[in-house]
Design a protein around this ligand. Structure first.
Ligand SMILES: Cc1cc2nc3c(=O)[nH]c(=O)nc-3n(C[C@H](O)[C@H](O)[C@H](O)COP(=O)(O)OP(=O)(O)OC[C@H]3O[C@@H](n4cnc5c(N)ncnc54)[C@H](O)[C@@H]3O)c2cc1C
Length: 387
């Protein structure tokens, strides 16, 4: 109450509406007692909570109390208790998943343990990635593989019920807020949280443009796969879009345009640059997973997951799972991962403008090349001066 009064005296709003560029996790939509917060895409193509009925807002501050963006600067000293290289012992799971299939195996293990799984699937009808809840093993298979776009978690969060057990998988910023939300609902003990090393989430304007250009070729989209191991795990960056007329597949190596923007970090949410404290080992989850890039498993092309365990609850789930585990130092598990937040490119606003425009992605890619010229020249000069 005191905090609310102090903020009011300072003329600060006690609601999420004070933030224009948050993580877009949607936790605030689930805690609002007035149910007046909705998650919508902003003009840059990122999810943002909007108070749809300001007059009904009680200024209670509950939305801020579950917002990881609101206290992103409060960094606690959290370190993993165990670190492994890992993969699923089921060859099919390992083949289907993005890395070593650890994510898939853990959610299946959770189902057998009578937990509800909250994971992400691609909804081809709504043309978006969304969190959903399921307790059925066949249904949780749709969580397999990374969907490299921001997921809408608002519906899933509304449907979480007291008295049930859950496992929730999400980006590190989503998980940081979801843990706060579960604490507020006094349900933290009922949930296992999994996050992953996260590069960033791209603009939905870019994604929709990419999709629309393909619909002309392949027809109505039936499914999307972001990674496959047809050319091995190290070359698994390939888009496969299955349409009603035909299937499209293009790899990063062959110049796929989605990957041209995604892997260069030229299409990410503002918060992924300025406000992401979750790089390296910093996590609010029980378990963190990811691709174990780096020298140690360079010759393994079937897929290796990095696995960090932070809590006893996380440890007990991993012990029940059907995984190959090899203990490795944290430095080996995190090799190749970003350790610092990535600087926002100086032409970020221009990229957002171009993704909003009616230009084709190919044209935007050409503009992007021109915009990068100063950076390329700087790199060349740096190399020359080193020599
Ligand atoms: C946007 C994004 C950026 C990533 N950046 C990195 C990175 O920089 N380095 C790295 O090592 N790994 C990164 N990953 C994770 C990596 O791609 C694999 O998902 C991870 O290694 C797990 O793979 P797996 O084989 O163990 O299991 P999988 O079965 O492939 O597990 C995938 C899990 O991720 C969840 N998921 C899928 N898409 C999303 C989404 N859009 N939002 C939230 N949850 C989702 C699913 O619910 C599923 O549980 C990223 C993933 C995403 C979605």
């Amino acid at each position: 109450m005191f905090v609310v009064e102090r903020r009011k005296r300072k003329g600060l709003k006690n609601t999420i509406s004070q933030y224009q560029f948050c993580y877009g996790c949607g936790a605030c939509t689930a805690i609002c007692p007035q149910k007046i917060i909705e998650l919508k895409l902003n003009k840059d193509g990122f999810y943002q909570p909007i108070i749809v009925d300001e007059k009904s807002c009680l200024s209670c501050g509950l939305c801020l109390s579950v917002c990881a963006y609101h206290d992103k600067d409060k960094k606690e000293n959290i370190l993993p208790i165990q670190s492994f290289a890992a993969w699923s012992l089921d060859d099919n799971e390992r083949k289907l998943a993005s890395s070593g299939g650890v994510g898939l195996n853990l959610v299946k293990t959770a189902v057998r343990d009578l937990r509800n799984v909250c994971g992400v699937r691609y909804n081809a009808n709504l043309r978006k990635a969304e969190h959903y809840i399921s307790k059925i093993e066949e249904e949780v298979v749709a969580t397999t593989g990374s969907k490299y776009i921001q997921s809408d978690a608002s519906q899933m969060l509304q449907n979480i019920k007291k008295g049930e057990q859950y496992i929730i998988v999400g980006t590190p910023c989503q998980i940081a807020s979801f843990r706060k939300l579960m604490q507020k609902k006094r349900m933290e003990q009922d949930v296992i949280f999994i996050d992953f090393f996260c590069h960033g989430v791209p603009s939905m304007n870019m994604w929709r443009k990419y999709e629309e250009e393909l619909i002309g070729k392949v027809g109505k989209i039936k499914s999307v796969t972001w990674r496959d191991k047809n050319e091995g795990w190290h070359e698994s960056w390939a888009m496969t879009i299955e349409g009603e007329k035909q299937t499209f597949r293009k790899s990063r190596k062959a110049g796929d345009l989605f990957y041209s923007f995604f892997l260069k970090s030229h299409c990410f949410n503002r918060a992924c640059h300025e406000d992401c404290p979750y790089k390296g080992t910093y996590s609010m989850a029980d378990i963190r997973i990811g691709d174990l890039w780096g020298k140690t498993y360079q010759k393994n092309d079937l897929g290796v997951s990095g696995l960090l365990i932070y809590t006893e609850r996380g440890k007990s789930l991993v012990e029940k799972a059907n995984l190959f585990l090899e203990q490795q130092p944290v430095a080996v598990v995190t090799e190749g991962q970003q350790t610092q937040r990535i600087k926002r490119p100086y032409f970020w606003s221009m990229m957002m403008f171009l993704f909003r425009s009616s230009l084709s992605l190919k044209t935007i890619f050409l503009f992007n090349k021109i915009l990068r010229i100063p950076d390329i020249l700087k790199l060349k000069l740096l190399k020359k001066s080193k020599r």
